[in-house]
Design a protein around this ligand. Structure first.
Ligand SMILES: [Zn+2]
Length: 408
């Protein structure tokens, strides 16, 4: 396999998690009697452009089907994040009823509803029917397509170029990152701005967040590599914010190469920081597997010890990253009998691979537990706050990365 950006042959493995089913392929009761598809889950790094990338086995249309269960609006901290982003963007880019905002992967309209409320025309692009239906109920116009160069050009031809193109947690999920970036270029007005948010590779490595690796997540991105990909498409990055979301994300601000805006100091500072942390040197990538294995071993140890001591453990958050962790560790319902999740679309289903059942959050209080393992560690604080009465009753909450931590 060659690098998806620069076509250099990929020789250096970053992480090998064996075989796993797609992390969002939640199963119904009927599915449990059928065979389940597993794909190799291996991540490589290009030593030319330093793009960290999942080996390509599954087709995007197979992974993001109509049953895709993730609705952005189920996370209250994410809704707050979206609304403060909209306020910032409207102010900073002086958006008005004459502007046009396009969001790629607009999901259930969690973000664009804020622009609609301010009277700013917008368009969501979202291939998943179930979430697009929810967005349209909120009054968000949705184009039900995958975004890429062809669609970007089509929007330009239809006089639908944007003043602001937003992509939150989509860039890392795109199989053909060059084609997608050319689409951004085509759909952007001459003075327009692109903002993309994606988990920062530097934080993934720093905090051993290996469970953020799954098939639908094709790229693990640094500022340096995204700047290279942007440059190759006639775009450049002129500002960057470091965010706490998803364990440490970047929000990059892009524009056309010939745009007159000057780059901020934040861009240069972070470029230097990435080099200092070894993001462009091979040993950084060679020792990550051992750190991931330690996290997995510690979790298995913990669950086995609790089972032998007669303690009860369940999990909270049927997130994709939880599936990576449970499947890599080979954890099944004998060690972890159920997972709770606030998303109604997931309740009553089963985790792919592990076949652990997903219940309503009320099951936590009803099951006389000793420990709750929080699988989506990025919302651990929110989960603890929502379950304050469980903590008062003596249940302890557990997170695994970068170290197994038990806290009341
Ligand atoms: Zn490359």
């Amino acid at each position: 396999m060659n690098c998806r950006h620069c076509n250099t042959p990929l020789k250096q493995t970053f992480l090998d998690l064996g075989f796993a089913p797609p992390s969002n392929a939640y199963l119904s009761q009927a599915d449990l009697c059928k065979p389940e598809k597993y794909y190799p889950l291996k991540v490589k790094v290009c030593t030319q452009c330093w793009l960290v990338q999942t080996e390509d086995y599954a087709q995007a249309d197979e992974l993001f089907n109509a049953e895709y269960a993730y609705f952005s609006s189920t996370s209250s901290s994410w809704l707050d994040h979206a609304s403060s982003y909209a306020k910032m963007a409207i102010d900073r880019f002086q958006l008005s009823d004459k502007s046009y905002v396009i969001e790629i992967a607009s999901n259930d309209g969690y973000l664009l509803k804020n622009f609609i409320a301010s009277g700013i025309p917008c368009l969501g692009i979202e291939p998943t029917d179930s979430t697009a239906d929810s967005a349209e109920i909120l009054g968000v116009p949705v184009l039900r397509e995958f975004f890429g160069d062809a669609l970007g050009k089509q929007l330009a031809n239809n006089n639908q170029q944007a003043d602001l193109i937003v992509g939150n947690n989509v860039y890392a999920h795109v199989p053909d990152i060059n084609d997608f970036t050319h689409g951004l270029k085509a759909a952007l007005k001459p003075e327009g701005t692109i903002t993309l948010e994606f988990p920062h590779l530097m934080r993934l490595i720093e905090h051993t967040q290996f469970d953020t690796v799954y098939h639908e997540h094709f790229s693990y991105l640094s500022l340096y590599t995204v700047e290279r990909i942007f440059n190759a498409a006639g775009l450049r990055i002129w500002d960057v914010d470091q965010l706490a979301t998803h364990g440490g994300s970047l929000r990059i601000y892009g524009c056309h190469t010939e745009d007159s805006r000057t780059s901020t100091q934040a861009v240069m500072t972070l470029m230097v920081e990435e080099v200092r942390r070894g993001l462009q040197s091979i040993p950084t990538y060679q020792n990550f597997q051992a750190r991931a294995n330690r996290v997995k071993d510690d979790l298995l140890n913990f669950l086995i010890e609790q089972k032998r001591a007669g303690k009860k453990v369940a999990a909270y958050g049927a997130a994709a990253k939880g599936n990576t962790l449970l499947n890599y560790a080979g954890i099944k319902p004998d060690l972890l009998p159920f997972v709770c999740d606030a998303s109604q679309a997931k309740q009553g289903k089963y985790m792919p691979g592990s076949h652990i059942p997903i219940f309503m959050p009320s099951a936590l209080a009803e099951s006389h537990l000793d420990y709750v393992l929080i699988l989506p560690w990025n919302i651990a604080k929110e989960v603890r706050e929502q379950n304050a009465e469980l903590i008062e009753s003596g249940i302890q909450f557990v997170t695994v990365a970068p170290f197994l931590k038990v806290a009341q």
